[in-house]
Design a protein around this ligand. Structure first.
Ligand SMILES: *Cc1c(COP(=O)(O)O)cnc(C)c1O
Length: 416
């Protein structure tokens, strides 16, 4: 396994490209592609993989991650909003893209223009879609997925409404019933029974659709947790998200061997902050040093998604050791205390988040536990202003600042 090495950058670089802030997210594309292949090999042969890349690919960067997913064998992509899909189409991605949830009725036309597979979970959206299909020139009938609510009580029609809606889609010459799907409320729970009960309800619904003579479609239910726990939930395609990013859906669902975390957050020491006994640190003076401390400033804060809730709780890794956060996390800056015996200086590497404990930093699940949330929210919350550095073969492949459009390296105008 190749890990990105922490090498000191040369002091003078060609800064045409930008994205050279010390605080950055390293995104290991080899790890991501390995995870896609691992999930593809895990499911039953013939089961398609729809890679879920919503919310800017869980903070990892939608375009490079989508390309990597397709390269590694994903059959299609899934996003949450029409705007997210438009970003992928603008980047030239022509592969199938499904919208997982509700869209505004007014967006039906744009969704069809972009060639998206809309998931219908209400009669109203089906009405809007059928009307839009009569306005937008379509090269072929628009692919539609019918979402059935088998217990989540979120998006989807009830099983008893499914036949009527499926029939309408099936009979509309401008629409194509590509899929029928449902979503589990607690596939990541240690207790498997609720997921099994939902799957049984879904099976009954599928049987009714078949009895009603609805044309063949693809059935799908599995998020990462379901795909990791049992082949019972494969159906015709799986929709993994979090596992592709190398993160476990919950503490109860261990990741299979070989799945690797994709994101690491790095920074560099910006200033040495001498602390004498009695000195307080930061806003509100919430921390007072009891003795002399070697503290340093890290240019990361809640404006980067390094959440303020980690004040006094979190730590970063410096020289492989834990350096605890002192005082409050500001919008752009955080002070940490360097352990005795480590002589941290300006420019030294700081590891803020990493899946490998050797760096002394917490992983996404640990940060999530500290914050009372889940790793999904930790990585999705990494702000747009944090440059994403894409690694391939352990080397820098491209830099993207989501908040500033794509930033290519000066020697390579279109690296991805
Ligand atoms: C987000 C989402 C997924 C992926 O879930 P993970 O837990 O990240 O694997 C699958 N299906 C639907 C409908 C979703 O909204």
């Amino acid at each position: 396994m190749r890990r990105p090495t922490l090498v000191a950058p040369p002091l003078v670089r060609d800064h045409v490209a930008g994205g050279d802030r010390s605080t950055r997210a390293l995104i290991d594309l080899d790890a991501f592609e390995g995870n896609v292949r691992l999930i593809r090999d895990l499911v039953r042969p013939g089961t398609d993989v729809m890679a879920v890349v919503k919310a800017n690919a869980y903070g990892h960067g939608a375009v490079p991650i989508s390309r990597a997913a397709l390269r590694a064998g994903a059959n299609s992509l899934a996003v949450a909003t029409v705007d997210e899909a438009a970003v992928l189409r603008d980047a030239g991605i022509a592969d199938p893209i499904a919208l997982l949830g509700a869209i505004d009725l007014s967006e039906a036309t744009r969704a069809l223009r972009l060639g998206l597979e809309v998931t219908v979970g209400s009669v109203e959206l089906l009405d809007a879609l059928a009307a839009a299909a009569r306005v937008v020139p379509l090269p072929k009938p628009a692919a539609v997925h019918l979402k059935v609510d088998t217990g989540m009580r979120r998006y989807g029609v009830l099983p008893e409404e499914a036949v009527a809606l499926a029939r309408r889609i099936d009979r509309d010459p401008l629409l194509d019933l590509a899929g029928v799907c449902t979503h589990f409320s607690s596939a990541d729970d240690i207790e498997e029974r609720p997921a099994i009960e939902q799957a049984v309800r879904f099976d009954r619904c599928l049987a009714t659709l078949r009895e009603a003579g609805i044309a063949p479609f693809r059935a799908h239910v599995a998020n990462s947790a379901a795909a990791l726990r049992s082949r019972r939930f494969d159906y015709d395609l799986v929709r993994p998200g979090i596992a592709l990013y190398g993160l476990p859906p919950s503490r109860d669902i261990p990741l299979p061997l070989g799945i690797r975390p994709v994101m690491s957050i790095r920074s560099r020491v910006a200033r040495v902050v001498p602390l004498a006994a009695g000195d307080t640190v930061g806003y509100g003076r919430t921390y007072a040093a009891e003795r002399q401390e070697h503290a340093v400033l890290v240019p990361i804060g809640y404006g980067d998604g390094y959440r303020r809730g980690l004040s006094g709780l979190g730590w970063v890794g410096i020289a492989g050791r834990r350096a605890p956060v002192r005082g409050r996390i500001s919008m752009d800056q955080t002070v940490v205390s360097v352990p005795d015996g480590v002589a941290a200086r300006v420019g030294d590497d700081v590891v803020v988040l990493d899946g490998d404990p050797q760096w002394g930093a917490p992983d996404a699940t640990t940060l999530a536990d500290l914050l009372g949330t889940i790793p999904y929210e930790v990585v999705t919350g990494i702000a747009a202003r944090v440059p994403r550095h894409y690694l391939r073969g352990g080397a820098l492949d491209a830099v993207v600042v989501p908040g500033a459009g794509k930033v290519g390296r000066s020697h390579d105008p279109d690296p991805l």
